[in-house]
Design a protein around this ligand. Structure first.
Ligand SMILES: Nc1ncnc2c1ncn2[C@@H]1O[C@H](COP(=O)(O)OP(=O)(O)OP(=O)(O)O)[C@@H](O)[C@H]1O
Ligand SMILES: Nc1nc2c(ncn2[C@@H]2O[C@H](COP(=O)(O)O)[C@@H](O)[C@H]2O)c(=O)[nH]1
Length: 274
């Protein structure tokens, strides 16, 4: 008989998230084999084969998996769900350390994939040359940002790099999802965590640099921060890189077009892609 953990109301990915967050909780104590067979179209034989492929022993419980096993299982389940009727992830968050290329990848997506809806954030920082109100950001003053927070108009917000405040307007995201469209949020890591709390079904993508040296090269090469500020951001980047396992997918930004394609792929219907 199928275990009741991945009932129609809850996605198997939600079950995994809860298990990884609370290894001693109900989901954490669930055997991996029971979890797998609770997913429609996975029976006992298939479950054994999958566990063998993922190098997980038959006695393991979800909460007792090691870091690599957790990642392998989560990626397997994400692919499986997508291939068996997934409709594309509705809310996709692209986050990562400073200068990894989030803005560059998001701009590439804006230019090359006009069907992808990008959320436009509100910010208290001033516009840079070439930035357009309502396209790049909604540029607001502190009083207006305070008002938006108080009115519950922001899905998440954060003070980024100890400088200015940035937030995701809730209404546009909710409207898009209600209309059956997908939305991409390019935000910082604190914001990604807040989105996960507010909307547990969101898909979090961590953009990684090809190497630490390349991240430093990109930050220094961009030339928009003083040497002191670069140093401070690199210290924060070290801490942020350690958060990679909180995310559903990792994309390495070797090449902008390739990274953009990978992000967009997550937002598209993927039935039968496996
Ligand atoms: N794949 C890539 N290869 C080489 N250079 C890249 C690549 N992606 C981005 N860059 C360069 O890296 C620098 C940082 O990129 P970008 O400003 O997009 O980073 P970011 O993650 O948005 O940074 P922040 O969070 O600090 O705003 C830019 O000079 C950009 O041109
Ligand atoms: N938490 C949020 N972070 C955001 C949002 N919009 C942008 N950002 C992040 O801010 C920094 C700096 O951006 P910049 O345009 O001033 O260079 C960058 O890391 C963005 O990802 C948001 O709505 N929420």
């Amino acid at each position: 008989m199928k275990a009741d953990v991945a009932s129609a109301a809850r996605s198997p990915l939600d079950v995994l998230r809860e298990a990884y967050a609370s290894p001693e909780g109900v989901e954490g104590r669930l055997r991996v084999s029971e979890f797998l067979t609770s997913i429609p179209a996975i029976g006992a034989t298939k479950s054994s084969r999958i566990m063998h492929e993922l190098q997980i022993s038959t006695s393991k419980r979800l909460g007792g998996l090691g870091r690599l096993q957790r990642r392998r299982l989560r990626e397997f389940v994400a692919d499986w769900v997508a291939a068996h009727g997934g409709t594309g992830d509705r809310l996709v968050v692209l986050a990562g350390p400073t200068a990894v290329g989030k803005g560059t990848v998001a701009s590439y997506i804006r230019r090359h994939y006009p069907d992808v809806q990008l959320s436009v954030s509100a910010t208290t920082r001033a516009p840079r040359p070439g930035e357009v109100e309502g396209e790049s950001y909604f540029f607001v003053d502190d009083a207006e940002f305070d008002r938006m927070i108080a009115a519950g108009e922001l899905l998440e917000w954060a003070t980024v790099h100890n400088a200015f405040r940035y937030g995701t307007p809730r209404a546009a995201v909710e409207r898009a999802i209600a209309a059956g469209n997908s939305v991409l949020l390019e935000i910082d890591i604190q914001g990604a965590r807040s989105v996960r709390r507010a909307m547990p079904d969101a898909t979090l993508v961590f953009l990684l640099p090809p190497s630490w040296e390349e991240l430093v090269r990109r930050l220094v090469g961009r030339g928009t921060e003083s040497p002191g500020e670069q140093q401070r951001r690199l210290e924060t980047a070290k801490i942020e890189l350690a958060a990679v396992d909180e995310f559903d997918h990792q994309v390495v930004n070797h090449d902008v077009a390739d990274a953009a394609q990978k992000v967009v792929d997550l937002m598209r219907p993927r039935k039968g892609r496996r």
